[in-house]
Design a protein around this ligand. Sequence first.
Ligand code: KG4
Ligand code: ZN
Length: 344
Amino acid sequence: MENETIYILAIESSCDDTSAAVLNDKKVLSNVTATQKIHEEYGGVVPELASRAHQQNIVPVVHQALRKANIDKKLVSAIAFTRGPGLMGSLLVGTSFAKSLALGLNVPLIEVNHMQAHILAHFIDGQNDGVPHFPFLAMTISGGHTQIVLVKDYFNMEILGETLDDAVGEAYDKSAKILGLPYPGGPLVDKNAQEGNPNAFPFPKPKVDGLNFSFSGLKTSILYFIQRETAKNPDFVAENLQDICASIQKTIVNILMDKLKKAVKKTGITQIAIGGGVSANSGIRKALKEAETNLGWTTFIPSFEYCTDNAAMIGIVGYLKYQQEEFTNQGVTAKARYVLDGRR
Ligand code: KG4
Ligand code: ZN
């Protein structure tokens, strides 16, 4: 396989984004994502609507990715796809499409764990923070996941802690919903937080042992707080939106940073990489940059387009697996609960 030009066509469809990308080795030639707007009306992802939208989007998204990359599909070396974890109906669309395309083009098929892809997104060429060195700690924070992972090698990872209930992005989105903000509310809470006083309304931090997280208690305490205050003053939220958002943001960022500090203490590793949609959050970005100065950490935040769900991150895992000839066969099925362990 030496000197061969490798093109990976990657497909991601685990939740509500239909995405396709073409990579030449570690370089992204195209990364096209169709975000499903339909869920906004429902205040969250509706699985049945998501899989239907994937079916509508997948052909045009894949075509566009190939066109943008300026690659004829005959040049594709392998097809990589997200096998899981995610919503079953959504995963099935990407999995079946990838299988048929691999069969049609007569190229190998590579299955990818979505969580591993969020972590290995750091190895895509051309990002500002450069590449972390093994071993490093990765914190994946998004609407579907919250994990701290010890990354010993590309395919040797160990989960040190994860959420016991809601993911951090869900905590953001549910808090936003309580405040009457549209879905997904995380970015809006972040935007308002930047103008507010983070010490205006203290919220309790959950007590969870070890490196695990819990966010459901925080959501409940925000709900009760808002109900109590609006009973006294119906305009409470409108009058205090920025301070409320800043206070929520401070609590969430503190929860994340406390666990990271614990993980650093436990492992002695100070290289910290984050991934997932919540990596876009200004509070966590600022806290990580401060930790570089105050705690001597080296931190890695992927380019925004590789933080949220995207196929380029599936493509980089595809490329790394291609090099090891780690292919799967047509018998492969989607896996809604796909635990990240060892080589998976
Ligand atoms: O990785 P992602 O696109 O999809 C999932 O796998 O969930 O992450 C989406 C999540 C949503 O919960 C969204 O509200 C959150 O990331 N998010 C943010 C910000 N940008 C996106 N949360 C807080 N602050 C942000 N700036
Ligand atoms: Zn994700």
